[in-house]
Design a protein around this ligand. Structure first.
Ligand code: 13P
Length: 247
């Protein structure tokens, strides 16, 4: 049985008080114990959110691949661990598009996380112009090949991947469940070709992009969709838990 994961990417939203209120509200609501819940607050609120979190895992939206030193404005894995984070996003499309993170840089982040036994969700997904020209499968495959496919089979088995088509993020335009399933199935088949079907079966593949309580059920019913990475709807405890309960 594959993992079931619902993760909330809070992006650059909330403040100290409202982030702690949100985690308390999430903790107060009931969700199936089988479903792993995670939240990714802005760096400065991780500490306070981790203090309030009991069942929910707390992670970071990004980190730098060096351990320490003269890297103004950056945060390391070790520093994240020291404030209660146990997982991080790597390669969110906003990091790639707005901050120029390349597949080469993201590979270094993957390696830094592994070196510190720190879990991560590796994000991938194509922009609209790539989808419009029918090149989305090649595009996502290269993202995985260049940043992730150097992992050992054991490392790959523990990996979580989030497929987030950029044209569906924050736009209200969800990928259809068929579009999501087709890409998730392709990702699993590439892992199977590179490693084997046992490894591919263990990797959790989440969908992200305008996932809401009213479409989560259909998306999560897809054979190769193991949960969601949620943006806007993760900022309301009721919606976040309703999505988690859509399995
Ligand atoms: P939305 O759910 O707001 O579209 O954001 C998705 C996302 O980018 C999660 O990382």
């Amino acid at each position: 049985m594959r993992r079931k994961i619902v993760a909330g990417n809070w992006k650059m939203n909330l403040d100290k008080v409202s982030s702690q209120q949100l985690i308390r509200d999430i903790e107060d609501r009931k969700s199936d114990a089988e479903i792993e819940l995670m939240v990714f607050p802005p760096f400065v609120f991780i500490d306070g959110v981790a203090d309030e979190a009991k069942q929910v895992r707390v992670g970071a939206q990004d980190f730098y691949f060096e351990n320490q030193g003269a890297f103004t404005g950056e945060v390391s894995v070790g520093q994240l661990k020291s404030v209660g984070a146990s997982i991080a996003l790597i390669g969110h499309s906003e990091r790639r598009e707005l901050f120029g993170e390349t597949n080469v840089v993201l590979k270094k982040k993957v390696d830094a996380a592994l070196a510190s036994a720190f879990d991560f969700i590796f994000c991938c997904g194509e922009p609209l112009n790539i989808r419009k020209t029918g090149r989305e499968f090649d595009y996502v495959k290269v993202q995985l090949e260049e940043s992730l496919f150097h992992l050992t089979p054991e490392q790959m088995s523990n990996t979580i991947i989030a497929y987030e088509p950029i044209w569906a993020i924050g736009t209200g335009e969800t990928a259809t469940s068929q579009q999501a399933e087709d890409m998730h199935a392709a990702i699993r088949s590439w892992i199977s070709e590179k490693y084997d079907s046992n490894v591919a079966e263990k990797v959790a593949i989440l969908y992200g992009g305008s996932c809401k309580p009213d479409n989560a059920k259909e998306l999560f019913a897809c054979k190769n969709v193991d949960g969601g990475l949620i943006g806007g709807a993760a900022l309301k405890a009721d919606d976040f838990i309703a999505i988690a309960n859509s399995f």
